[in-house]
Design a protein around this ligand. Sequence first.
Ligand SMILES: Nc1ncnc2c1ncn2[C@@H]1O[C@H](COP(=O)(O)OP(=O)(O)OP(=O)(O)O)[C@@H](O)[C@H]1O
Length: 195
Amino acid sequence: MVERAKIIFIHGASSSGKSTLARAVQAQIGEPFWHVSIDHIRDSGTLPTERFRRGDFRWQEYRARFFEGFHRSLVAYASAGNNLLLEHILEEPGWASELAMMLQSFDVFFVALHCELQELVRRETLRADRPIGSATDDFHRIHEGQRYDLQLHSGQAVEDNAAQLISAWASRRSPSVFEELALEARSRPAYSSGL
Ligand SMILES: Nc1ncnc2c1ncn2[C@@H]1O[C@H](COP(=O)(O)OP(=O)(O)OP(=O)(O)O)[C@@H](O)[C@H]1O
């Protein structure tokens, strides 16, 4: 029988330190987790990034199907029993509920990684490999009204955050935020009527 996959979902603005934290957790946690991120797809050359930049293709035309495919890939990995350390940004308001529904048969632990705006802008400027302004846009949008199983602040040392995350994850409780979100989504009239 396939073991129920565990998913640790780190949610934070661009440059908040998600990858850095995910790597630290992956290095210390007592079970193997696959670190999954849009960054890996982009950096592997999967997408014809340069051609999107040049304007040969319009990203807006392909964006929704790209993310839909990414979200479905999480279900595919987890269905096969793989534990995932997911770092992701919920860029669209409906994605939290959609993902909660898609991932409802898995054990999801939802973690916020907060960072001060000034520090986000400093990191984004220093690294120079992200569109300037992404971090600020995310900062103002992505955590609004969102509930989490754990909230961390990236002003703390990454080792401390990783240790705190692992310890909170080890004593996680049900219902998790994702279980609650899936329940809420199922009880909405649009879902029950199949629309
Ligand atoms: N706690 C920290 N203190 C200082 N700098 C940090 C910290 N965590 C990460 N950084 C730096 O900030 C930059 C962004 O980090 P990282 O790639 O982990 O962020 P991210 O949230 O995964 O970004 P993105 O979503 O844009 O891929 C990197 O240059 C990293 O070295």
